[in-house]
Design a protein around this ligand. Structure first.
Ligand SMILES: NC(=O)c1ccc[n+]([C@@H]2O[C@H](COP(=O)([O-])OP(=O)(O)OC[C@H]3O[C@@H](n4cnc5c(N)ncnc54)[C@H](OP(=O)(O)O)[C@@H]3O)[C@@H](O)[C@H]2O)c1
Length: 281
């Protein structure tokens, strides 16, 4: 088996690539920069370059795909077209598409969701043997300075999700394990799996996992967007903030059955264990 990880220099693709390398596989990492995890063979390229994407798939049997922070429908469609073209030409036996987020079952007007929903449907209908993984929010988001700073300085866990919403936080390491399993297990072609941590935690439960005196505070999404815009630019911030407004305003967004671990044959990490392992509780 020869693996291609698209987005291998990123947080999500990097976790997938590390997991595959640790399992002894040969891994080619596709991204614009060559800053891929140790043991991964870099294959620099841009998803907008159909020829380069096709070259990346040459000789590849299994591919993991996460699309970058790009939410323009025409650009995302072109990326997906190039991936499908490459996967077909390379004769890929299994492609796993990580949508980056849970997805509502209909058009929402939220570009992050709608572009990924279209991408998932296009891939599943393309004839390339594919599995779609839909993660919830990543536990690793909680390590960002805008979360960990107030947590360390004033014991406040501030996040742009209402306190009542129970989130099955998924760790990047578990995403890596889930993707590796989805790439290699038999009988999964055509499936869409909502993968998430074993327990869904409300805001106060999440705060309690960090310590008895930690208090949860819902961050205003506009304030979150303004902060993210300073780091990632206004367009990206607006896209991401759109997802948090949807989560705020939509009951039951994360309420799907969490049997993906069983389907994939992996043990997903309880968030409390992940927090303790990092000495954060
Ligand atoms: N559910 C959550 O909690 C959560 C959290 C964060 C992000 N997300 C979602 O996950 C998706 C990706 O987010 P992210 O950027 O943070 O992921 P990421 O996996 O950290 O990084 C994206 C990867 O794509 C590469 N890339 C960017 N533009 C590219 C291009 N034109 N051609 C080839 N490679 C390219 C980047 O590397 P180079 O820069 O080297 O090209 C990087 O390797 C987005 O849809 C986002 O909304 C979800």
């Amino acid at each position: 088996m020869r693996f291609l990880v698209i987005g291998a220099s990123g947080a999500q693709g990097g976790a997938v690539a590390r997991r595959l390398v640790a399992a002894g596989h040969e891994v080619r990492g596709f991204s614009r920069t060559a800053n891929v995890p140790e043991g991964v063979r870099p294959f620099p390229g841009d998803l907008g370059d159909a020829g380069r994407v096709k070259e990346a798939f040459d000789g590849v049997t299994h591919a993991s795909v996460v699309l970058p922070m790009e939410f323009d429908p025409a650009t995302v469609s072109a990326y997906v077209r190039h991936v499908i073209g490459g996967a077909r030409a390379g004769g890929v036996r299994r492609l796993v598409f990580n949508t980056g987020n849970r997805l509502p079952g209909r058009e929402t007007g939220v570009a992050v969701f709608d572009t990924r929903r279209t991408a998932a449907a296009t891939l599943l209908g393309s004839g390339v043997p594919a599995v779609v993984l839909r993660p919830p929010l990543y536990a690793d988001n909680l390590l960002a300075p805008w979360v960990s700073g107030p947590l360390a300085s004033s014991g406040v866990l501030r996040y742009p999700v209402p306190a009542r919403v129970a989130v099955p936080w998924l760790t990047h390491d578990d995403l890596g394990a889930a993707t590796a399993a989805a790439l290699t297990r038999d009988g999964l072609d055509g499936l869409t799996l909502d993968v998430g941590g074993p327990q869904a935690l409300t805001g106060p439960e999440l705060a309690a996992a960090f310590g008895p005196r930690v208090r949860y505070e819902e961050q205003d999404v506009d304030a979150f967007e303004a902060g993210l815009a300073r780091m990632a630019g206004a367009e990206t911030a607006a896209g991401v903030a759109g997802t948090y407004r949807w989560i705020r305003d939509t009951d039951g967004f994360f309420a799907t059955a969490h049997d993906a671990g069983e389907r994939l044959g992996i043990r997903l990490t309880p968030l409390r264990d992940w927090i303790a392992a990092r000495g954060l509780s």
